[in-house]
Design a protein around this ligand. Sequence first.
Ligand SMILES: C[S@@+](CC[C@H](N)C(=O)[O-])C[C@H]1O[C@@H](n2cnc3c(N)ncnc32)[C@H](O)[C@@H]1O
Length: 219
Amino acid sequence: MSKPIEKREAATKAFFNEMASTYDADVQVLGWDPVEVVKLWPFMIFPGESYLDVGCGTGALLSFFSGAQRKLSAMDLSTEMIAQARRREDLKQVDFVQGSAEAIWPFPTDEFDKVTCLAMLEFVEHLDVALDELLRVMKPGGRALFSVEDRIDWLDTDRGGYELRYGEFPLWRRSLEEVKLYLPPGAKIVKSERQRGYEVTELGFTTAYHVIEIEKEYT
Ligand SMILES: C[S@@+](CC[C@H](N)C(=O)[O-])C[C@H]1O[C@@H](n2cnc3c(N)ncnc32)[C@H](O)[C@@H]1O
């Protein structure tokens, strides 16, 4: 049985609070860079558009998209990750909110032209709640780019425990078909691609993400 959501989120938050000061250096070693994902996709935020990054971490994506009169907003569970992001000179105008993607998001309906949510949904058990909220805050015609960690076929049973990658709390890995089941009506997949994730250094194993772009349909 899974832990109550409050306990699980407290463990996730404590984990990211603790790693916040070394996060940028750590992900370089693990080979994960969300900026590369949006550049290569390409996922664009046009000048003047409103943009929300959920699970913003230390603010790498926000920093990439700062400037050109874009209106930047961000949410993260970890106060320390937000504190790191706030240190960036180019993010002084960002509207940062501490909150969980697994609850009602503290943003109005039909608010954002663009939303990103990269390398975060694997920490969310109730994907349906997060995707409902993601779609709700998007403007009709708006676009979102998000990733879900792909399932791993653990043929070697000795590795079973690694499904609980972070020990204190589980990771949720999903197939593309599962994501499609959770997508609310009104979300149209524009493009999806399976991409390299991050390295599990102790196993010499590289994870994979399904990166998915959706559009909110006009009703
Ligand atoms: C692996 S980091 C990814 C950060 C950034 N998006 C990137 O790609 O580098 C995951 C981030 O998601 C945040 N997070 C985890 N669970 C969350 C939740 N339920 N709601 C919002 N943020 C969450 C963590 O605090 C952390 O900052």
